[in-house]
Design a protein around this ligand. Sequence first.
Ligand SMILES: Cc1ncc(COP(=O)(O)O)c(C=O)c1O
Length: 474
Amino acid sequence: MTRDLLYERLADRMRRQIHRGVLRAGERLPSLRRLGRDQRISLATAVEAYQQLEREGLVEARERSGYYVRSAPAAVPAATRARHLSRAPMPVRNPALLGVLDVQSRRDLVPLHAATPDLALLPAGALAASVARAMRRDTAAALSYTSPQGLPALRERIAQRYAQCGVEIDPDEVVITAGALEAISLTLRTVTRPGDVVVLETPTYHGLLQAVAAQGLRVLEVPNLPGRGIDAAQLRELIERHPVRAALLVPNFNNPLGSVTNEDDKRAIVAACAARGTVIIEDDLYGELAYSGERPSPLRRYDNGEHVVTCSSYSKMLAPGLRVGWMLGGRRRSELLRTKSFSTVATATLPQLALIDFFARHDLERGLRRLRRALASNAQAYRQAVLDHWPEGTRASEPAGGMTLWVELPPPIDGQALFEAALAKGVGILPGHLFSNRGDYARHVRVGCGLSWSTAIEKALRDVGAVARRLSDA
Ligand SMILES: Cc1ncc(COP(=O)(O)O)c(C=O)c1O
């Protein structure tokens, strides 16, 4: 058995013993030497197993004394369990990812499966007025094709906004798309060929895995750690070991974790990818939605347009139904433009005209300040309700931005079973196995927290807690 498997198996056994109370809070664990002797494993394997449990918040190392079971296991989900370096690239085979997610089109649910802001938090009236004005004033333009690249006034707005976070770009490198996901798909099609290897985070947004599946790519996964973001060291090792064509990354408020990658790690990621010729496709969709109000840098800040293509949209800031997004093409702008024009000719003109009108009259930043505050307070309220009403041992992420909570359920509750039981109660959540290529995270679920806190939301979370308790007793 390889060392990776040995330590994973050992950590798994001890994890179960801790959860079942066989190993009790405060208890001293066998010394590394004794563990090695008893289990007939090397010291290094024993160290790796303990370090993994430490990363998960289950045990702690005390200086000159050894490892102890933590008295109060942290209420945040465990870091991704395995080191991923020894794994081979794999096509997307997770069957849950290869079908259409029916739950997305259901209108009869409390929609905690969605990651969208409450309509009441969006400038719905002002957007409606801008659409009406654009249609009335620019009827001919609104009803015509526009250029594949998109309207210049909108591209200028986008460039100005990036300048505010230290990213100086020429509006001419902005290409407008139908949302961030189209920008990502077009970039994948431009820079990869079927069979190429790409790196994605684990966990990551299922739509990214689906875009990669559509292009016939093989996937390597790099952990995204709660509270820390992308594991930059593992990413570097992966691209040194494998011929990785592209890395599709969400450094700012990864969906589902809401974690942000620190600036040093971002710099290191860009440098490592640049050294190996790996193209970074950056999904910066949530970059403007930091609860602290401080916008973290996009990876593009550490690149001159040579290695990074940044993709984003107004879906989470203004309205997903506008379907207006963009890519910062850098030196790939002409190729990307060609892929786009061969694929969709141009993005819908009316929403672009409406946004130009909207920005001329309203301050985007003012609306975002309100949205960020509301999302921060939602996340706190949802998290507390999950910890209060779901079975003991449930852990919930502490997002720093965005609008999703990542919840780890105590054994033996299965995320898919909870998803199905919640649907039967009229509540939508998403099962954790949708967020990795290999169908990991069987004991996780994602809860969207974009809807404003209300008694209806509290009831929905209580109801899911009640069915989770029933599943845990079953
Ligand atoms: C990380 C991430 N990327 C992309 C998308 C899709 O964004 P858009 O609506 O702009 O296509 C989503 C939607 O939830 C997302 O969470």
